[in-house]
Design a protein around this ligand. Sequence first.
Ligand code: BES
Ligand code: ZN
Length: 927
Amino acid sequence: MLGDAKSEKSLNHDSNGSGRYQGPDNIDNKISKSSPINITSSFSFHNHKHTLTMANKYEQFRCQPRLPKFAIPKRYDLHLKPDLTACKFTGAVDIRLQIVSDTKFIVLNAADLSVDAKSVRFQSENASKGFETLNVELLVEDEVLVLEFSESLPVGVGVLSMRFEGTLNDQMKGFYRSTYEHNGEKKNMAVTQFEPADARRCFPCWDEPACKATFKITLEVPSELVALSNMPVVEERLNGNLKTVFYQESPIMSTYLVAAVVGLFDYVEDSTPDGIKVRVYCQVGKANQGKFALDVAVKTLGLYKDYFATPYSLPKLDMIAIPDFAAGAMENYGLVTYRETALLYDEKHSAAANKQRVATVVAHELAHQWFGNLVTMEWWTHLWLNEGFATWVSYLAADGLFPEWKIWTQFLDESTEGLRLDGLSESHPIEVDINHASEIDEIFDAISYRKGASVIRMLQSYLGPEVFQRALAKYIKKYACSNAKTEDLWAVLEEESNEPVNKLMHSWTKQKGYPVITVSVKDSKLVFEQKQFLSSGSPGIGQWVVPITLCCGSYESKKSFLLDKTSQTIDIDEPSSLSSSWIKINVDQAGFYRVKYDDQLSAKLRHAIESKRLSAMDRYGILDDSFALSMAGQLPLSSLLTLMGAYREEPEYTVLSNLIGVSSKVARIVADADSTLVNNVKMFFINVFQYSAERIGFDCKEGESHLDALLRGELFTTLAVLGHEETLKEANKRFQAFLQDRNTPLLPPDIRRAVYVAVMKKVTSSDRSGFDSLLKVYRETDLSQEKTRILGALGSCCDPDIILEVLNFLLTSEVRSQDVVFGLSVSREGHEVAWNWLKKNWGHITNTWGRGFLLTRFVSAIVSPFSSLEKVKEVEEFFASHGKQPSIARTLKQSIERVKINAKWVETIRNEKNLADCVQELAYRKY
Ligand code: BES
Ligand code: ZN
């Protein structure tokens, strides 16, 4: 969920990701403190003493997954006053409630706030009288505020009021502070990030997605600043140096979508044909960089309006770049917040990959305005309905806007990452029980996003695009301004299609994992068998209802059936074709499963690849499945390498990009398994990639395609990593030219990353000039994409001392804490140093990055690449002796499982007969 193009693809939801920090704030979790502070300058807080936690008295409200429903919020009138100098805020809220049963208690969420107990009051409309509290207590661990009244509150409507204060924290969640420079001066801005459960850190509320209400927000801010919220401004009142900004009341929405931003910004503006005002806000002076996202947003709103047959539901849409931002972007209703790298596009200095990132992130967040904001998941168990759908729909929009990007082929990268995580026994089902707010973070991962999106694509492909769209539009209408569960969506799809959607989909969303389908020819028939696939090669016990599709010799006719038992035999219309033609199962990789062919079928597919008979998606799938099978010990490495040779003349970007990914993983594991093979393996890969590198060249061609631009960057990066001398030389020459003149045409943005990697490859402790020059470029640039590009290249150095210097640099104030994760992938030579560095700095790292998803990246990036059981032991011992960290628990287990899988893979490779001969043959093959 982070910033820069390809480098981020691998960081994105690769394990456990979300954006929550749970480290200590310097806000004390107490009920009201004494110091008088002003909200409207007309009241002050009072001294009040209360017991703080664990009150047995309120045991009934502790450790509950959901709030008790004594009262239902209908409308919040929320007033916030941030103090950007002291980094504090004060607030007041009036919540209109429906009391549903006579009760002495109102229980809602609050965390890290000081609530002024004396200010708490309930005014009943029915009884026309006010009620005072007997006790106000914050249950810290439960993040629950218990209000006990002296007498029962009557059923009916009333208004609950209170005042509170908090700190604008540095943890990128709740109401927080981000920093920027303006005219050389460092400044603070105030920003909210509430998903999944941090609205409670800004104001007391019913912080659950199903507790939808309307919001009438008021901000009191310094008069020279821009203050934004979900809705348009209705009135601004100037009051000396301050202004009070009143916003229109919102339609009903969940608390996690409420937003406010206060700071100095420029903007660009446009409108949709139906008059919705769309703006992109960014740092002062960078408004031009917002134009691309603005254009994408306006078009995407139109596209979704048609697709969902429902217009965008608010009068305006603002999108804003925030300099410190934990995730990639956040879909707040009407005020979408982004990392700079995911929103701003600089014609001169951004790469094609950055452009694609901006378009897809915008498309994703705007999809949420329907899927998530208008129709909201009933509970976090159904988070995938938000994230899986937004991911899938964003491809639909990107394809509509940029058909030349062949984005549906690129979608296969989503499936692959989903399959990768779900191939672990430490994976989890798409639908997960959530019992505490702290567990929600863990499910913003490749399962909810990528497996979620992939099973949607599988279902759409099974039902057909028209029926699917009709059902979605119906679902949006039916649940608009309300909440839905996974079953609700299946019911609408089932009704519209008359297909057994519920039965089919249960097996994919309620159990973890996926099958590998084994296909073989027996007695002129095809035999299909399913077994759970695990990357460890161990047998799993899952069973699925699998939509099988197959093509035989051509794409003209496609056969399909549902495999709902362990095995099934299929007749082929023309059995003779079994011996002559290729057979591809899982046509265009629409299904979320892997396929293992018998030798005869495999050989025919390899020829079909070489003779260019298969679709790009199928070429991708065959490679990807073979790689996974090889890792799991079900296909010899020599067979995988031989297959990779068949892709030498591969023309398609996405397929080559996957080939690049596979080659780097194979090169690394071979180096761990048998160092005598590694040079030949690298030579073979260089040979394979040289074909495309020569075609594409270092320089961009006039009018070349977006995909060629993407490919160039990745190809030369991989050639640099593989140590291809000519690439290293050429890159270093171009870098020198760039140092002389930052506008040289010799270093366009698409090859910068490759060149930076090549520069770092040459750096040693005795010749560190390349490293120093790169740091200089890093310090000079004010473009975040350039900064992350450089951070992503620094770890490619092979000198462990320099790697240590790089890692220490990451911990300095020169690197924003949101960006550190880009520098964590280091060369094989630097790996041990990185692990020691992690151990040494663990205290500081956990303090700074809390226990949120950025912390999980430290663990997954540094632990997962190991490949020995000794390391498993070392890692386990280290974390066991460093205290329980619930929010990295799952990532840690998954990373350790990956190390075990690597260790087993190393053993398999060491035991593979004839591998050396095969590698030798491939390395010296003449084309
Ligand atoms: N709703 C998420 C943002 C989010 C993530 C909030 C984790 C809380 C925890 C947003 O819609 C999202 O998914 N953002 C992605 C970008 C997207 C293009 C995949 C991200 O942040 O990476
Ligand atoms: Zn999302």
